[in-house]
Design a protein around this ligand. Sequence first.
Ligand SMILES: [Zn+2]
Length: 432
Amino acid sequence: MTTDATTKPTTRDECPHMAKLKLDVACVPCQTERYQQAKQHYAKLKTKYGLNDEHTLTAAFEFDYHLITTYRLTECDELLTEIYNACKSMYDDATASASHEPCTNAKTADQILINHMLKQALQRRQRFYTQVLQSFAFLRFKQARFEESNEYFERMQKLVGDHERLLENMGHTYTSIGQVDKAKDCFQRALKVIDAKVAVAADKKANEEEFHIGGILLGLGMCERSLGKNKEALATLEKSYDWYKSKHQNGDNSILAKVGGHLADTLMDVGRLDEAEKHYREAVRIFTATCGEVNPLTSHAIRQLGRFLIHTNCRDEAKKMLLDELERFVKVDAQSLRMRPVIESLHFLVEEYKQSREQKKRQTKSLKQFLNRLLHCCKIAKESFTKVGLCYPIAQLGKMLDDRSISDEKRRQLLLSLEFESIVHFFETCQT
Ligand SMILES: [Zn+2]
């Protein structure tokens, strides 16, 4: 039997247009189609079997995969909240049955086989709980709720122990909350776990290929950079980049853009600006091709390039790029929208607006247009921030900031909200 490109079944990361578009993942329209199919499939099984069912939960996690990879975080949060109890009770039931095995004195081959199958069925049912903890950890990470993300990973670790992928993920959450030493420790432990596994494997070369070294090196490089060790960071990040490059030779994959972005940041720090610019532009190109234009990752890459252009005094290009980007960014899922990057872009644009007004001495048509676009972005962003509970009316903000019992984290968030409100106020008063 032969298989060619047209009969080959596609997996969830493939689509028929990959070769033509030089992609190493499904194209954006196909990603949307897979998301819709997974959504319908899950809804169908939920109606047919209910939530406490292996088929339904398997479909739920397939759906979860498409939600998280396409940054549909609000929908993802709803799904995981819906299935959490079913996963937990399936785990509890399976664990209770596992404690009293049905046939402990199995002697015949048939009895042993039945025991083996029962054990497998139990493990399968237990796994949903580990899976839901992991999915929540990923979701909270993408929602920038890093401390909660870490709690889920720690609960998972109690169930599965030191696993290199888990340690890698925990490392990334520690990095995000500024606990660099803990993060570094996780990445180094992950490398040790891999070394130990490779050492016992018969075919060392083949075995090493299966481990996700690139992600661990990326994490380690980011830690080194935070600790001010740019030279080490550069070497580690280059290794990570080469590792991913060798894994994705068929076409573009967003992971290369991600590593490239961190590499560019480090290159910029050490003054190798031409190389940095190349990586920043390449990251924007890859994210746009693999994740689409309205996507938090694409937005982040454009902002990084914009920041670079401001640094190198290409303000006109930065201005156009950051305003276009802001208009797209405010359209992402409310839970993916970040206040800090919105404010950073706005600060730059306020400055640009003031300068142009100064030069032209009065409101020209193009300046009015510029202002209206900014006001429109602010309006949409404000709606999203209000929806997820990040925005408050000024009067209320003042009272909340006076409250001494609120946490530092909350205080930082309130100050950001205050900053955002004052920028909006600035634009609103410009127009009159
Ligand atoms: Zn496609």
